[in-house]
Write a protein that binds this ligand. Structure first.
Ligand code: FMN
Length: 199
């Protein structure tokens, strides 16, 4: 392959995908049909807790993040797993059709899961749009914007003498002196060659 980075030029947004009892940051969202109740697809990593939950639940919600989003929301939902923390303790949400919606997002889409396709790394969940609202008509945050500004958005603080390794693909931070040869980012799966050190 000459340069896979061209795939980063596919325009994607920044969203919080939620379902009952969990959720995570996603960029891989598409509208894949038209009409009053279009189909929306979202690709969710098989290793994510949210994937397990979606297989048990019938609906999901997508909150659309604006350029003014509080970066703590991205950190909480995108760089942590619900297996380790309760994401809803630190991020304000409201309920719509029994699903958590991120407060101050631009709006939301609620979908009923109608199909799913498995590939080697992700499950593509396909949902029929059953409710939606536009609450703030502001500029959405794109995945490209996140990539360009993640150093400012996800500030990495290190104590004197402490090392932090930052994943250049997703922004995940590993605190420790060294990364083992077989280290893989727990969030996006890339190897140690994608990490840069911050001291
Ligand atoms: C900018 C960004 C984009 C992401 N996009 C996706 C995505 O499209 N699909 C996905 O499954 N995970 C994506 N993730 C990773 C999940 O949000 C992350 O693995 C999260 O910790 C999973 O939490 P969970 O285990 O509670 O489900 C993204 C993370 C970031 C920071």
């Amino acid at each position: 392959m000459k340069n896979k980075k061209i795939t980063r030029k596919i325009s994607q947004g920044m969203y919080v995908l939620t379902t009952e009892n969990g959720g995570c940051i996603v960029d891989a969202v598409s509208q894949i049909s038209a009409g009053d109740n279009p189909l929306i697809s979202v690709a969710v990593m098989k290793t994510n807790n949210t994937n397990e939950l979606l297989k048990k639940n019938k609906t999901f919600a997508i909150s659309v993040l604006g350029l003014d989003v509080d970066p703590e929301i991205i950190k909480t939902f995108g760089l942590n797993s619900m297996r380790d923390i309760n994401k809803f303790e630190s991020v304000k949400t409201k309920e719509e059709m029994n699903l958590p919606i991120i407060e101050n997002s631009l709006g939301y889409m609620i979908c009923e899961i109608v199909d799913r396709i498995e590939n080697d790394t992700h499950t593509l969940f396909i949902g029929k749009l059953i409710e939606a609202d536009l609450e703030k008509d502001n500029e959405p945050m794109t995945y490209a914007h996140y990539q360009e500004h993640k150093d400012e958005l996800i500030k990495v603080e290190t104590e004197k003498g402490e090392c932090a390794w930052v994943c250049t693909v997703c922004g995940y931070v590993y605190y420790g002196e060294t990364l083992s040869e077989d280290f893989k980012c727990p969030i996006c799966g890339v190897g140690k060659e994608y990490f840069k050190i911050k001291e």
